[in-house]
Design a protein around this ligand. Structure first.
Ligand SMILES: *Cc1c(COP(=O)(O)O)cnc(C)c1O
Length: 396
């Protein structure tokens, strides 16, 4: 069966839990997407932007030193860190920007936590001639001054959000409020495979370029598929992007890595799939971190992009069905992997995929050399140097 179904369900998960005023906008977006799917010129334009502007295809790199150091499986890195703006997020923002143009909407609103999605949205909007407004929590603005300046240079208007914990969850609420008010001329450019249908389906499609390339690169170089794919999971878009083209290949094991923060027992983590339960957040049903009364729990991760209490509904479905498995890695383990990859390969990873790298260090040593593990290296770590320096307590 092809998922999601017509109402946007992935089994028990997904759907559209939104105010009535947004229903027409979601239907319009879905119609524009379906229309685009049937139009080869849309995908030619998307591919051309990905190629000429975002620098795709990204390499599938054999991490010789890391593989040798761990002494087991062969480890390959899908280098999304080399994509324009430093992460996989540009794939989605270019795709949705093109959809906005197709709908005749010239104003785009986006939310951002650490600023990575805001930067990718601002860049895509600049390139496509769209107005871009980014909602960002005041707490995040304080922590991510550099990304704030980047967004401004890229021509975006950044609106500080002072409600709630003044972080990502509150920025999403504000972006949705703006969208409700200006729905006629505004597209909401959602940054991960979360939210109401059709967002999880659309974001998956644009990010699947990662998995499609990986598949081609594997077949060309090794004449076979990888044994195992590992990716970090915040909202889940880089993971679903690399998983999706392999879901029908049962020989390829799929593992998502969530943030265990200061430990799963600490209540300071962001492991929605490993430690949460079903609930509704930001328009969809999915695994969610919540207290006994159903209040959304505060989260923590050293990786800004993983610090979110929910997760895309398709991952909830893949977990329950057993097609993918999900594990968690703590802050200090991620920092350890951050240092390891930097020193062994000369590649400074973002803290988000450092979680995935750490998981690989747990499993690779016991596997034979002809076992191929692909890690989605979702972004580069320049943005995280100050966080790591602090975590290492002056050791840098
Ligand atoms: C935003 C971000 C993530 C988390 O988002 P997903 O939707 O789970 O992919 C992961 N890695 C990097 C580098 C990011 O910027």
């Amino acid at each position: 069966m092809k998922l999601p179904d017509k109402e946007g369900h992935f089994g028990l998960y997904g759907g559209k839990f939104v105010p009535e005023v947004l229903m027409p906008a979601l239907s319009q977006l879905e119609a524009a997407y379906n229309d685009a799917c049937a139009d080869p010129s849309f995908w030619q334009e998307f591919q051309a932007l990905c190629h000429n502007y975002a620098g795709r295809p990204t390499p599938l790199y054999h991490a010789h030193q890391l593989s040798a150091k761990l002494g087991g499986a062969t480890i390959l890195l899908k280098r999304e860190d080399l994509a324009h703006t430093g992460a996989h997020k540009i794939n989605n923002t270019l795709g949705q920007g093109l959809l906005a143009l197709r709908m005749g909407k010239r104003r785009v609103v986006a939310e951002t936590g650490a600023g990575q999605h805001g930067v990718a949205a601002a860049a895509a909007c600049a390139r496509l001639g769209l107005d871009c407004i980014v909602y960002m929590g005041e707490e995040d603005i304080r922590r991510q001054a550099l990304n704030l300046l980047r967004m401004k240079l890229l021509g975006a208007e950044v609106r500080p959000v002072s409600s709630g914990s003044r972080t990502l969850k509150d920025a999403i609420n504000e972006a949705i409020r703006d969208w409700v008010t200006n729905v006629g001329d505004t597209h909401y450019l959602l940054g991960s495979c979360v939210g109401p249908h059709p967002y999880p389906m659309i974001v998956r499609h644009f990010q699947s370029i990662i998995g499609e390339e990986t598949r081609e690169q594997m077949l060309e170089r090794y004449q076979r598929l990888p044994d195992h794919i590992v990716a970090c999971v915040g909202g889940g878009s880089n993971a679903i992007g690399i998983f999706h083209p392999f879901i029908g290949d049962p020989s390829v094991k799929l593992t998502g890595v969530e943030a265990a923060g200061r430990g799963l027992g600490s209540e300071q983590h962001a492991a929605s799939l490993v430690a949460g339960r079903m609930g509704v957040l930001h328009g969809a049903k999915s695994y969610l971190l919540q207290d006994r009364e159903g209040q959304v729990s505060p989260t923590h991760s050293i990786a800004p992009g993983l610090d979110y209490p929910g997760v895309g509904p398709e991952h909830s479905y893949l977990k329950d069905s057993g097609r993918a498995s999900y594990v968690a890695v703590t802050d200090s383990q991620a920092v350890e992997a951050f240092e390891l990859l930097s020193a062994s390969e000369g590649i400074i990873p973002a803290l988000e995929p450092a979680h995935a790298i750490y998981h690989v260090t747990r499993i690779a040593p016991d596997l034979p050399r002809d076992h191929i593990i692909v890690v989605n290296l979702s972004g580069r770590g320049d943005k995280d140097i100050h966080i790591v320096a602090e975590a290492l307590g002056g050791k840098l």
